[in-house]
Design a protein around this ligand. Structure first.
Ligand SMILES: Nc1nc2c(c(=O)[nH]1)N[C@H]1C(S)=C(S)[C@@H](COP(=O)(O)O)O[C@H]1N2
Ligand SMILES: [Mo]
Length: 319
């Protein structure tokens, strides 16, 4: 549920690694006011939104040292069906997406349910930079310096009860702001809102993060502003964008792609080069911007950290 609460955050309340950068259009029209230090005004400006810049971030030991996929590629080649089914579409259509005010509700089997303002979350948990590989089910991949915090911190804050066995996630539903959610003559592209789920041990694994930025800046609309999941050992569709609700539950939830095409997509969706998608191989992948394909690694290369979560389970059933 999205509560239309006016955003009331003063520059002085913001921790020191969070800075505001003026958007280019705003400088053009109101440069003089900015020079006078009218930063809090910016936050309420109907003209444009201040852009968050994260500074002096902790560097995570979980980061890969592989070459980064350029910012331009990460922000112009996207899967985000709420805007478009075309990979070039979201960058255009989400460019002016207003990600403030924004609330994230944490509910379900917890002792402390709470609805957070997203900026409250940014202040509550120490942000770090995490460089992760992300492997799309469509056999391409990228390496992104995310800014975020481990999901387990938020889950611990909510105090799950003993019935909490799964964690469900929900994207915003607002066809006015997400044009891909409009029904066409042919019906809906997907059954909105987009939903995902994790088993609770996957959700609290130290590799699982909620990201609020990339390349040291707030998430662009097309990458899931203002807050999204990143689960690096699973196919990209598990990393749900623009989250408004997290619910702890007793039963395994149905995720959007599994509901849409159960023969092709499952709940676990762990990257596995040995199990082909029914319509294509998963053995290799193309890193965005590169020509030659490279082999896909089990668990997207994170097997050492996560394989133990699935001990005793049939690996061919984990896609
Ligand atoms: N809400 C929502 N989340 C989503 C998607 C989507 O269409 N809607 N696409 C998923 C898919 S298939 C992938 S590969 C990643 C892509 O993330 P990126 O655009 O930041 O690279 O987002 C995932 N999260
Ligand atoms: Mo994907």
């Amino acid at each position: 549920m999205l509560i239309n609460k006016p955003r009331d955050i003063k520059a002085s309340e913001i921790t020191d690694y969070v800075m505001f950068k003026r958007r280019r259009e705003f400088i053009k029209t109101s440069g003089a006011m900015l020079a006078l230090g009218a930063v809090p005004m910016l936050l309420h400006s109907p003209v444009t939104q201040a852009k968050l810049v994260f500074e002096s971030l902790q560097k995570s030991a979980f980061s890969t040292n592989e070459e980064l996929t350029p910012y331009k590629a990460v922000t112009t080649y996207n899967n985000f069906y709420e805007f478009s089914t075309d990979k070039r579409g979201p960058a255009e259509l989400a460019r002016d997406f207003k990600s403030r005010p924004w609330t994230l509700e944490v509910a379900g089997e917890v002792n402390r349910p709470k609805t957070f303002d997203v900026d409250e979350l940014i202040k509550l948990f120490d942000l770090e930079e995490r460089i992760y590989r992300l492997r799309c089910v469509e056999a391409w991949s990228m390496v992104v310096p995310w800014v975020g915090f481990p999901l387990h911190k938020l889950i611990a804050h909510a105090e799950p009860n003993s019935r909490a066995k799964y964690v469900e996630f929900e994207t915003l539903y607002d066809p006015e702001r997400m044009p891909g959610q409009h029904k066409s003559l042919f019906g809906s592209v997907l059954d909105w809102p987009y939903r995902e789920g994790l088993r609770i041990d996957e959700a609290v694994h130290p590799l699982t993060i909620l990201a609020v930025g990339l390349y040291g800046e707030e998430l662009p609309g097309q990458n899931g502003a203002p807050i999204r999941l990143v689960v690096p050992w699973k196919y990209g569709f598990k990393s749900i964008k623009s989250i408004v609700k997290i619910k702890l539950s007793e039963d395994q939830p149905l995720n959007t792609w599994q509901a849409q095409a159960p023969r092709e997509y499952g709940f676990y969706a762990n990257v596995n080069p040995e199990v082909p998608h029914p319509r294509w191989s998963q053995a290799r992948e193309r890193r965005i911007g590169e020509f030659l394909k490279r082999p896909t690694l089990p668990f997207n290369g994170y097997g050492e950290q996560v394989a133990s979560l699935y001990r005793g389970m049939d690996p061919t059933k984990l896609y």
